[in-house]
Design a protein around this ligand. Structure first.
Ligand code: SF4
Length: 582
């Protein structure tokens, strides 16, 4: 097993002492495969219990898996850390070239600890880490400019990835993201703020190593099977044709599209901001993460006239997905692709998570309407659909001109706990709502999944099934799904390929790489990893009893009518018993 495979190497970097070293962690990769399985164990070893997420004692672990670089769609890197937004489990996945570069640089995981005295960026190649001065980058307003400078400075050979923060990360805004290779992000839960707290501006990684394969004939057969499934699958075709933006119309049709801070669940302009409309009006091209034949990344062209030259246009290429469209479009009442693209471009420039930003501004708009807060605090009259007001709002979020914006930078639940309006502060476990108002299973999954997000247990899909499940059965289905997700996150494959990467196929793919995991072993390992995550989350203070549920979700009918609060409370109680949580 694993033999001389460099996957077993873990690179440790101490920013305080400017030291690095490599450890052979075969013990971890043999038992936990890679990705989130291994990263969870490293975080447990390294993280000081109860540490403040913005303290130097917080730890970032990036990890990839044995399929990375070997098979299509194993294109993601998982990052785990303590989240400054939720003060608990932080986990984020990003593609681009990050995973393949880490793997080809000769590592299965990279661990970052401590805090640099001065702004620094890391250049990792040929088994070495170079700590480079980033003072010149630290003052830049645009993350795009920082990216261009880094590309110039770090123009070595090999497959290269650049991860970097923007102004939001440096300002420690708790939903700041990390931008990966222009169009991808470690988007949610505030990894950008953790970078900022460590004075870590960016990481550049070059990979040049070959990856070992023993049984080449069998490897080829399995590779082809995955590849052809990926290019022929109707689901993958949808991702390629319209991208995740294809979800706008179906969700709107079932009253599942949170609109104007979920005062409504249907957006009258859904047709104008649909995936089809984006494709017709702004789509410039598609792109792919490294080693993925699907190319689901949709990139729009934003043409804006120069201020003094009305007939000259600056064209910026901006990636769009369902999440940002839903949180910035219907949530703020913005109703055309160009306005939404402008906002996505701006949050990208600053390095803010688009979903959280949209939800925070939607709460501020309603709070202003209800006179819970005043214009003296917001400095601008937010009103639904007013692009210019929201552009100013995003800029204030990162400039933080007053106490109000400092508080908004802590997340919507924190802001509401200070000013009022908890009943319409749309966060779950302190993470802002992704754009799904489908029913109880969706909300239970936001509440109980480790990331408080939609994509660990796909509760929104369960809401759309015709079955009538009890609270207990709903939790069982969600937990089973999330347990399986741990295997995909350990490999680390793209979740869009979950229908392709079945237990049998994964078992065969691992076998040609020297791992022996039967489909049943994989299922049991998924359960274990899931349990380990909650053990760590509980250690850091996660309590079901502390979860806040905004009343708004019970007031606005979802696909099958109004959501029953009692149903959700019972589900939470059952989950707590099932997982033996306090
Ligand atoms: S399907 Fe899309 S997100 Fe997934 S690996 Fe391919 S390009 Fe990246």
């Amino acid at each position: 097993m694993l033999g001389n495979d460099p996957l077993r190497n873990v690179l440790y970097i101490d920013l305080t002492k400017k030291r690095f070293w490599i450890e052979d962690r075969l013990d971890l990769f043999e038992k936990w495969i890679g990705g989130v399985g291994v990263a969870t164990q490293i975080l447990r070893e390294e993280l000081t219990k109860g540490v403040d997420p913005l303290d130097p004692g917080n730890v970032i672990v990036f990890a990839v898996g044995p399929l990375t670089g070997n098979f299509p769609l194993a294109s993601k890197t998982v990052a785990v850390f303590k989240s400054p937004l939720t003060n608990n489990w932080g986990e984020s996945h990003a593609g681009g070239r990050s995973a393949i570069a880490i793997r080809m640089a000769g590592f299965g995981a990279i661990v970052i600890k401590g805090k640099s005295e001065r702004p620094v960026y890391l250049s990792i190649h040929d088994g070495k880490v170079f700590f480079k001065d980033a003072s010149g980058l630290w003052g830049l307003t645009s993350s795009r400019t920082a990216g261009r400078v880094l590309r110039e400075l770090e123009s070595g050979s090999g497959l290269r990835t650049i991860m970097r923060i923007g102004k939001a990360g440096r300002k420690l805004i708790k939903y700041a993201n990390v931008i990966v290779d222009t169009y991808r992000h470690f988007g949610r839960l505030g990894l950008g703020a953790v970078f900022g707290s460590k004075n870590l501006e960016a990481i550049v990684i070059y990979g040049r190593q070959e990856l070992p394969v023993t049984d080449k004939r069998r490897y080829r057969e399995i590779y082809d099977e995955i590849f052809y499934k990926a290019v022929k699958s109707p689901l993958m075709k949808k991702y390629r044709d319209l991208g995740t933006a294809m979800n706008v119309i179906p969700l709107n049709n079932i009253s599942g599209l949170p609109t104007r801070n979920l005062k409504a669940c249907k957006f009258e302009y859904a047709g104008q901001i649909s995936g089809e409309s984006f494709a017709r009006s702004v789509l410039a091209r598609r792109a792919s993460c490294a080693h993925c034949p699907v190319a689901c990344i949709h990139i729009g062209a934003l043409r804006e006239p120069y201020v003094d030259e009305p007939y000259f246009y600056k064209t910026t290429f901006v990636a769009y997905d369902y999440g940002p469209i839903a949180s910035i479009g219907p949530m703020l009442g913005l109703n055309n692709p160009l306005d939404i693209l402008k906002m996505i471009n701006l949050v990208d420039i600053y390095g803010l998570d688009a979903i959280s930003t949209g939800v925070v501004l939607a709460w501020a708009t309603e709070a202003l309407e209800k006179k819970i807060i005043s214009k003296e605090q917001t400095l601008v009259d937010f009103s639904w659909g007013d692009l210019n007001a929201y552009i100013k709002g995003v800029t204030f979020l990162v400039d933080q001109p007053n106490e109000f914006y400092k508080v908004l930078g802590e997340g919507v639940e924190f802001a509401a706990s200070k000013y009022g309006g908890m009943e319409f502060a749309l966060a779950f476990g302190r993470n802002e709502i992704p754009g799904y108002h489908t029913g109880p299973a969706g909300y239970i999954s936001f509440l109980i999944s480790a990331r408080h997000n939609h994509s660990d247990s796909f509760g929104y899909e369960l809401d759309l099934e015709s079955l009538e499940l009890s609270p207990e059965k709903t939790v069982d289905r969600l937990v089973e799904e999330e347990q399986w997700s741990q295997i995909l996150s350990s490999l680390v494959t793209c979740y869009f390929a979950r229908e392709i990467y079945t237990p049998t196929l994964i078992s065969s793919a691992l076998e040609v790489l020297g791992f022996n995991f039967s489909p049943d072993d994989l299922k049991k390992l998924g359960e274990k990893i899931h349990y380990e995550k909650y053990l760590l989350a509980e250690r850091e203070g996660f309590r079901i009893s502390k979860l806040h549920i905004p009343r708004r979700i019970f007031e606005v009918p979802a696909a099958k009518g109004k959501i029953n609060e009692e149903f959700i409370r019972k589900a939470l109680e059952y989950f707590s018993q099932k997982m033996e949580l306090e």
